[in-house]
Design a protein around this ligand. Structure first.
Ligand SMILES: CC(C)(COP(=O)(O)OP(=O)(O)OC[C@H]1O[C@@H](n2cnc3c(N)ncnc32)[C@H](O)[C@@H]1OP(=O)(O)O)[C@@H](O)C(=O)NCCC(=O)NCCS
Length: 167
């Protein structure tokens, strides 16, 4: 009984400490509302200042994830560097994934819509917009709006970045 109470108390104490560790790991002056789920090494994630990051999934098994200043990553999006070698089968395939080479870079001010999936290796350009539920498999130019599966350009910002052009 005493052991059970000790275990419950230990678990209760562990939760807030974990959250503090998370903020500390990133040393970010950013806003986290519901913590992202991280698969892979959290030290492969770099987050700039003023980033908004919600309950996304961040997979760093095959590369770095860099999110620059003022980017906003909306709920339920997934940034996935990992992949598997589909020429292999079964357990061998499960364990055959590259450790590097599939970085995801979200440039300054980019906006990743809710439920979007970003598959590395990909860079989303400065102030670009990725529509809700889109699947991004190629680089997104700066100041472009992309949407759909696979994501295609549906709009662009005008050169001063203030107003969208007609699509
Ligand atoms: C990407 C987005 C900003 C585009 O908005 P918009 O410029 O007003 O685009 P429109 O609604 O005029 O759509 C233009 C075309 O793109 C398509 N489209 C727009 N968003 C799309 C999306 N997410 N996926 C697929 N197609 C999309 C539209 O169907 C339309 O196609 P059509 O020309 O064949 O009719 C918006 O759709 C979006 O996804 N916003 C994200 C919402 C969000 O992050 N909210 C924050 C709270 S969490």
């Amino acid at each position: 009984m005493a052991a059970l109470i000790r275990r419950i108390l230990r678990n209760l104490l562990a939760t807030p400490l974990k959250k503090l560790d998370f903020i500390d790991v990133y040393r970010a002056r950013s806003f986290f509302n519901n913590h992202p789920i991280i698969f892979g090494d959290p030290n492969r994630i770099k987050i700039g200042k003023g980033v908004h990051l919600y309950n996304s999934i961040l997979n760093t098994n095959s590369g770095m994830i860099i999110i620059e200043d003022y980017a906003t990553i909306k709920p339920n999006s997934m940034l996935i560097t990992g992949t598997h070698d589909f020429s292999k089968k079964g357990m061998e395939r499960r364990d055959a994934y590259p450790r590097n080479g599939r970085d995801i870079i979200i440039r300054k001010g980019a906006w990743i819509g809710p439920g979007a999936i970003i598959l590395g290796k990909v860079t989303v350009g400065e102030n670009a917009v990725v529509g809700a539920g889109s699947v991004v498999t190629k680089n997104v130019e700066a100041e472009c709006v992309v949407a759909g599966n696979p994501a295609r350009v549906i709009n662009r910002l005008v050169s001063d970045g203030s107003e969208p052009t007609a699509s």
